[in-house]
Design a protein around this ligand. Structure first.
Ligand code: UD1
Length: 340
């Protein structure tokens, strides 16, 4: 039986780490990516880690014809991991159609391609952003989905709904993974997060400040109702996250899933503040980070962290890497980038 897995967005941040973990488990990986926010060189770095260069298809999955053609050329794909999507919250507010076309359009084409060839299994990359500011912490998968605060967040909610509706009337089955805050990089420092332009996320902004690309970190508010005043998030090491995708693929291929749609929160279960992350970075890098406390960033929630009990028990997955391992690996990656 074919062990061919299509990873869309496979040259991206989480995608590339997942390709490595899949290959190391013996899966044959095809990467489809339009390289709009990633580099082809990532494939060489994946090959340097695993010894295998994945087959690469440069395709914009939001374009129907090439997307369906991809499936015609690889009808023996067993399962997909779908990462290909835009993810910048601010940009999605400024250009919503770009986000709906890309994030929703490519999902529609993928589901049509899967249906045409009887491919049943897909892992979908979702986000804890669907919970907004939850009333109860830690957040369980049963917590209500709240009105999205941005078009980006809305594309994740709509995508979950499209998948669920489709699975009700076709053989489609899906594991939806709602990520908390993925940070860090592979221990080899050969792959990591490569933000284009000025990063909006915390970890790349910290490492770029430390390497000298940015003057100082803006800490967006220290007047929240949290112990040190800065917002709390559930940061999770990208390699732990990647491994959850492999487990999800195996779960569906072995028909161990308990329903056609399963949803899991992926976090560590521990919340850390912005100052906690800065302190961890200073500890592991042995540097002092320049930062200034500024006004709150619009749209930021105060605190959110995952209830991991369901993913631990049912998916059989647990994040093992701690905050210091996350900040150190992110720093090693930034230093490696500077040396290239
Ligand atoms: C954001 C998105 C989320 C998306 C995720 C991954 C929002 C509201 N949420 O999560 O939907 O899935 O990115 O792309 O945008 N911070 C600073 N200074 C900075 C950057 C961040 O203080 O320069 C703080 C933020 O206020 C926040 C924390 O660091 O408290 C984490 O921010 P970030 O890494 O951007 O992630 P989220 O906002 O949690």
């Amino acid at each position: 039986m074919s062990k061919k897995i299509l990873v869309t967005g496979g040259t991206g941040y989480i995608g590339s780490h997942t390709v490595v973990e899949l290959q190391q488990k013996g899966f044959e990986v095809i990467v489809a990516d339009n390289l709009s926010n990633s580099s082809i060189d990532v494939l060489d770095n994946i090959a340097a880690i695993t010894g295998i260069r994945p087959l690469f298809e440069k395709v914009d999955l939001a374009d129907q014809e090439p997307a369906l053609d991809l499936f015609n050329r690889h009808p023996d794909i067993r399962a997909l991991v779908h990462f290909a999507a835009f993810k910048a919250v601010g940009e999605s507010v400024a250009d919503p159609l770009k986000y709906y076309r890309n994030n929703v359009g490519s999902l529609l084409n993928i589901l049509m391609g899967m249906h045409a060839h009887g491919i049943r299994n897909i892992v979908f990359s979702s986000s804890c952003t669907v919970y907004g500011q939850p009333e109860e912490l830690p957040v369980k998968e049963t917590a209500p989905v709240q009105t999205a605060a941005s078009p980006y967040g809305n594309t994740k909610q709509i995508s979950e709904e499209i998948i669920t509706d489709t699975s009700a009337v076709t053989p489609l089955q899906c594991i939806i993974l709602r990520y908390f805050n993925p940070i860090g990089a592979h221990e080899s420092a050969l792959i990591g997060e490569l933000p284009l332009g000025v990063p909006s996320n915390l970890m790349p902004y910290i490492t770029q400040t430390a390497i000298g690309k940015r003057e100082f970190l803006n800490v967006w508010g220290d007047d929240y109702k949290t112990p040190d005043g800065t917002p709390i998030r559930d940061y999770i090491h990208v390699v732990d996250l990647a491994q959850a995708h492999v487990i999800s693929i195996e779960r569906m291929l072995e028909e161990n899933n308990q329903s056609r749609i399963e949803i899991f929160n992926l976090g560590t279960g521990t919340g850390y503040s912005v100052f906690d992350v800065i302190k961890s970075f200073e500890r592991t890098s042995k540097l002092k980070l320049a930062y200034k406390v500024m006004a709150r960033r619009p749209g930021d929630v105060e605190k959110v962290w995952a209830d991991t009990e369901y993913a631990n028990r049912v998916l059989g997955w647990k994040a093992g890497r701690g905050l210091d391992e996350m900040t150190l690996s992110a720093w090693n990656w930034e230093k490696k980038l500077a040396s290239w």
